[in-house]
Design a protein around this ligand. Sequence first.
Ligand code: SF4
Length: 424
Amino acid sequence: MDAAPHLPVNTSAPRGTARLFLAAGTSFAAHLRAYGALPPTLPAATRAGAGAPADAETVIEQLRAAGLDGRGGAGFPVWRKLASTRSHASGRGSRPAVVIANGSEGEPLSRKDHALLSLAPHLVIDGLLLCAAAVGASDLHFFTTAELAPGVQHALGERPDARHVKVLVTPEAFVAGEATAVVNAVERAVSVPRDHVLHLSEAGLKGRPTLVQNVETLAQLALIARFGAEWFRSIGTEQEPGTRLVTVCGDVATPQVLEVAGGTPLSVLIAAAGGASAPVSAVLVGGYHGAWVPAPALDTPLSREALSPFGAAPGAGVVFVLSSARCGLETAAGIATYLAEQSAGQCGPCVNGLPAMAGVLSRIASRSRDPPLPAEVARLADLVTGRGSCSHPDGTARFVLSSLSVFASDVRAHLASTCEVHGA
Ligand code: SF4
């Protein structure tokens, strides 16, 4: 990277949980003042066509030691994706790799990627350049929303090392952020997922090894490259190291995006957003493809291990608070209906099964006196799970089954034509 040599540079590592939003402005100069330049060994190789640097293995090893997982939802170890893409791009007769920054944020409850790209675009660009250097890619793409694209384009234009990065605008659709849908969007301007028969790291964009990384993942990667794995792990827990961005929304006083230590309890996150506006009924963790955690378990940490008994995971860092002033079943039916409408229309079980499942859940929500309805929801959920080209049916089924389980007493009340929130 060509750091402007006349700029004062703060090379000390950030302390505390405020790591990603330290720059006093969105300019490249403000970014360099806050974080300093990238390590000197990588920059030359980050220019277009420069190929993989000799120390790419060091970057991958650093990420493995840091334990950084993907922040787009799936939580896959970042070093593994890099290592796999690099190995497929460096074999005999292999084709050059492609790297895509994914800022599409199709999850309606999430605003973290929006906040990050609005306030710290250069950290994301640093991460994109580092990934490209590590896998030897000269073809770089930045996938973002129509609202944020001008700012991203401006940030890229501010620095000589990033002018070859191409910006693409994502459509507003739930599945548009799925990694294979991102590749399809870049390749043929159609944002629909594709079969995962071959991993993208082996054959993605036009059959080339392709690395798709969420923008928060890239920003965290840029900090690890500067300050090291040990620094990254100096906050958070052994299993959930570092910080993560969390969107706390729903029935809280001040919905907002927070940067918090990994493993922070849900109750602490809610308090940091000004507290719940009424007694909490349940919290939806991970977004619309997530699962509910009931109110008595609000001390549960935002960690994969602690959330697994509820079928939840940190996912894209969404904590949606539902107060007892709202009917959980009505809320769940509304979300299930939205998800059914977001099917990309390619796979029969998804196209037909999701609307059927949402329809039955809506009948329960509207207090239909029909005792077999919950069993029918469970049957449909079983029918669609594992039957799509992407994880949309599985995520939707998981959410619906979690709703029936956590709001079980509401289900009983509704089947008796009453409602614990709205009465008879
Ligand atoms: S499972 Fe649904 S959303 Fe996914 S590719 Fe098939 S039709 Fe599209």
